[in-house]
Design a protein around this ligand. Structure first.
Ligand code: DP6
Length: 329
């Protein structure tokens, strides 16, 4: 009744932004991401005879809302497995919070897998993706590696809302993402709150959904054709559109900081100088720049020198969730 899983974070090229169902984590539109190799969350789950679920994240015991989130994920697995045992959970990220990457995607995928395996289940990737989705939407795209598309689906119960691999890591191994950390601290408005606020109040939310659907088609096509300029262009315009919808909320949500804009300008300057590079931006101040392996060091060096950039992280396409024999406890 014990298992350990490792999963990687992912960065969306076409974003997930807004839920049509808050409880089941069902989005209004599909999204497409790259899984980041080299960075991971590892989670061990053991079902035993304890009286309550207990969970540790990076050595810290969780309480309150954080623990409740883990318990709900465990409940979904217990229900499927027909067991009642309480669990001990430990999770460890090998990338610091200050790396500017949310750990909820990698953590949610690793927890869904470790809990399922510990409960004796052997879920197919589709089922795991559905389980992971209910911890954090973006986690459903970290079950498989390479490039994954999360279909919004139409079913009320969410049974058709999961991510599938569009292409494996070897489809485009020379693609790179450089994360430019412009502010390491916790962000002011979480993705969860920010997207809810946009759905409820943004005058541009409808337009966002419509555009994101078109962007998804264009991005999938560019990805499959390995058309770097086309993929980069969609990623940039999709990020701008997501942030435009946030700025159109009432009150507005602005995630960009002066250093964020300075990096974006430098990306345009790189491109004007003949180095193909494109940015994307999640619900925070840290741009992620898409470039090719041959240019990665030059891009990283140039953008790291932009005033306000604190550090950078370079990643290549990574794999899906894996089972590890070594447990965390
Ligand atoms: C901007 O998956 O963190 O990064 O489903 O509420 O847990 P919840 O939100 P989360 O949102 C990610 C939003 C995003 C875009 C993306 O990753 O697609």
């Amino acid at each position: 009744m014990k298992a350990t899983a490792r999963a990687h974070p992912n960065i969306a090229l076409v974003k997930y932004w807004g839920k049509r169902d808050e409880l089941l984590f069902l989005p209004f539109q599909g999204s497409l991401s790259m899984t980041l190799g080299g960075l991971s969350a590892t989670t061990t789950v053991e079902f035993g005879d304890g009286r309550e679920d207990a969970a540790q994240l990076d050595g810290r015991w969780l309480e309150g809302a954080e623990l409740a989130r883990i318990c709900r994920a465990l409940d979904r697995v217990r229900e499927r497995a027909g067991i009642r045992a309480r669990a001990r959970v430990a999770s460890q990220n090998d990338f610091p919070k200050a790396a500017g990457l949310a750990s909820s995607a990698a953590g949610g995928a690793a927890l869904a897998a470790a809990a399922s395996w510990a409960a004796g289940l052997a879920p197919a990737p589709r089922e795991l993706s559905i389980l992971a989705r209910q911890s954090s939407g973006s986690a459903c795209r970290s079950v498989e590696g390479g490039f994954c598309e999360w279909s919004a689906g139409e079913a009320k119960d969410g049974s058709d809302s999961f991510a599938v691999q569009v292409a494996g890591p070897s489809h485009w191994p020379e693609l790179r993402m450089v994360v430019l950390v412009c502010a390491g601290e916790a962000k002011e408005v979480s993705s969860r709150d920010g997207m809810r606020h946009c759905v409820e109040t943004s005058v541009y939310y409808r337009a966002w959904v419509e555009c994101a659907r078109q962007d998804l088609e264009a991005a999938r096509k560019a990805l499959l054709a390995r058309d770097f300029a086309a993929l980069g262009a969609v990623a940039e315009r999709n990020a701008w559109r997501m942030h435009a919808s946030a700025m159109g909320a009432d009150p507005p949500v602005v995630y960009l900081r002066p250093a964020t804009l300075a990096v974006i300008q430098e990306v345009a300057a790189l491109r004007a100088g003949g180095v193909p590079a494109y940015f994307t931006l999640d619900a925070g101040p840290n741009p992620v720049v898409l470039c090719r392996e041959a240019d990665a060091h030059r891009v990283e060096e140039r953008l790291s020198a932009v005033p306000g950039v604190q550090r950078s992280v370079l990643a290549a396409p990574g794999g899906g969730v894996e089972r590890l024999e070594r447990h965390l406890f």
